[in-house]
Ligand binder design. Sequence first.
Ligand SMILES: [Zn+2]
Length: 467
Amino acid sequence: MHKSADAPPTSRDADKTTDDRVFRVRRLAFASFILVFAATALVLAFRAQRADRVAIPTVFRLQSRSMEPSWFGPRFELTCPECGERVVMTIDVASSKSLTRSTEASPEIQAFREQVRVMTCRNCGYDRAPADSAVFREGDLVCLTPVGSSSRLLERWRVAIFRDSSGVCSLKRIVGLPGERVAIRNGDVWIDGKLARRSLEEIRSVATEMRPTVVTRGADRVYATYVVVSRAAKDGTERVETTPSAISNESPTPSFNGGASSSVELARDFETRFRWNADGAEGERLVALVRRPDRAWFVEYSPTKRTVSARSTALRDGRASSGRPFELLTPDDFADAKESTAPTPRVAWRGTLDVSLSAVDGELIVAVGERELARLDLGDAASTATAAISTPFAILGDASRASSMRIFRDVHYSSLGEREWTTPPGRYFVLGDNSPASRDSRFPDVGEFSVENVIGVATTCNEDRRE
Ligand SMILES: [Zn+2]
């Protein structure tokens, strides 16, 4: 069938074309066979999990955007023509009753193709990226571990797959256990009157990177600032403004069917990650400023003393009592403040370290890599201040020692007003990570799920998304 490239043209060229066509058809048939084989394998993976014998796959594609940024549903992606960043628009698929995977032929996906002309880049604010060049991608792969009749796996912060009375399946995070009182305040979850704290791993699994993050180097410090791209209608024309203010709890990615968002709540909890060169005399301690809406912390890590200490001072309109703004604060501004100290485990304080400082859930968490060095109480867990802050972080000292700074914002749950729920016995209060886009236990028509509603706990089995 194949001829060598240098063969002279012959009357058999017509036959060659036919041969090629046959070859193509065969190749297509082979591809179809592979597809059918894969589909069969998927079907074989299905197992009847419950007494009602409804087959539940152990691996499926997420169909909604309610768990962003942990998991993504069906989406369109393109590369921003202005800055080259990935622009993502996720789509809710009406019903995930059968856990059928949505394909490009699904009505919701078709509707996107017909209605959406342009996409907005979250990184640079360019809002004319042509949607017709976007590539469709199916929802993330989620792996299911059946829980059976045991509720042992149903721990707080675990993600589980629930099925409601009408058979619709959804993926949500377990927040309230049976009998617990649940409240949402300032974006955080409170259980029985106490802020529900999480491990560093749990915090990181729901954190969203802030873009664009601006890193400014002064003579003796590095600032990490984030800016948010906001839309504003001025002079009757829509335009994009980049404002160094705050991030709302709106969907972390611009979304197709979430366009008109509800009231804006401001997020206040952040994690700052950076690389730190700990070599040399200057590397004997790490000194940083952490900013919260109405308070600034001076944090010092001493590897020789093996302690992390923090002192704080109040901020009013971004300024300390000395009159200096956060960006110019020095250790002197904290001289009179009470110091709290936590002992830290021994870590090798040499070379280049990946350090993170998180001001989350009313705590300051200092970590090197995955390892927590210390947790200090920020004392502001009950604060209602969720004001705009644009500079959550600064490193003092030899500025050149910090590099690759990135800022992440914590998940921010919408309370839908001041409310409290009591989880009935045998039931679970669940929330989606993408609070503005999630229908979960906050809504009376959804309510809490019983253990019978639980199909299993979910883990990611993505082949490609996580970096
Ligand atoms: Zn861009």
